[in-house]
Design a protein around this ligand. Structure first.
Ligand SMILES: [Zn+2]
Length: 240
């Protein structure tokens, strides 16, 4: 035990020395505070920034969508899915649509493929250094964290449970260990019924406002209800 903590202290001393050496004069203070309080101090500024957003997925979700709102929907863009493996479009409606990653709408070097806004030094979203955009960057650190959250919210089930005070959103009962993350408005319905929502708002369906943790049995019942609903929609469409 003691050996491990000595080893960690030594490792942290070295990491801190490296970080201080590499740290630009201007650096976001909350990121630095977070880095210095980690059990393992990140040795590079970029790793400190990535670690900060990884630890704050809900903040990242909110900010990435705010940046997307600044960009708006590119003119002429509609949400489409890939029909072949080679396409730059998403393969399924389960992935959030990303117009600024598509060849026809990408804004070029130094613009984020997730939100469409300029990327600055260290993948930051504000030009704290007044250097202009970083032409080698393809996305913001914050948007990468948001993208991961949107695509795999289950990775954050513990955090989401805590925010719900461990109560099931469907039944109001205490959440079990096996409780699952669910999209309140299911993703297939977004594709079927909300496809024409302006893009920045569309992203909201993958964000915090559309997520809930529910007990597994409640989830199974909800999914059965949704399958039933899909079946009815298909039957109605067949009749037309
Ligand atoms: Zn971005």
């Amino acid at each position: 035990m003691r050996k491990t903590s000595e080893w960690r202290a030594e490792r942290n001393r070295k990491a801190l020395a490296r970080l201080k050496k590499a740290l630009p004069k201007i650096f976001p203070p909350p990121v630095l505070t977070h880095a210095l309080n980690r059990p393992f101090i990140p040795p590079m500024p970029r790793r400190a920034i990535d670690g900060y957003w990884r630890a704050h997925p809900i903040r990242a979700d909110r900010l990435a969508r705010a940046l997307a709102r600044k960009s708006g929907t590119p003119a002429g863009w509609t949400w489409r899915l890939a029909t072949s493996g080679k396409s730059d479009l998403p393969m399924s409606f389960r992935f959030p649509p990303m117009p600024y990653r598509e060849r026809g709408f990408a804004r070029g070097p130094g613009f984020c493929g997730v939100c469409g806004q300029p990327v600055y030094r260290l993948g930051w979203h504000v030009d704290l250094w007044r250097e202009g955009r970083n032409r080698n960057a393809k996305w913001h650190a914050v948007c990468v964290a948001a993208w991961k959250f949107w695509n795999a919210p289950s990775d954050h089930v513990r955090l989401l449970k805590r925010l719900q005070e461990r109560r099931c959103r469907e039944t109001g009962k205490r959440l079990h260990k096996s409780a699952e993350v669910d999209h309140r408005v299911p993703l297939f319905r977004i594709w079927q019924e909300h496809r024409d929502t302006p893009w920045p708002q569309l992203l909201g369906f993958w964000g915090m406002a559309n997520l809930q943790v529910i007990n597994r049995e409640a989830h199974a019942a909800k999914c059965a209800g949704e399958a039933n609903y899909r079946h009815r929609v298909r039957a109605a469409q067949a009749q037309v």
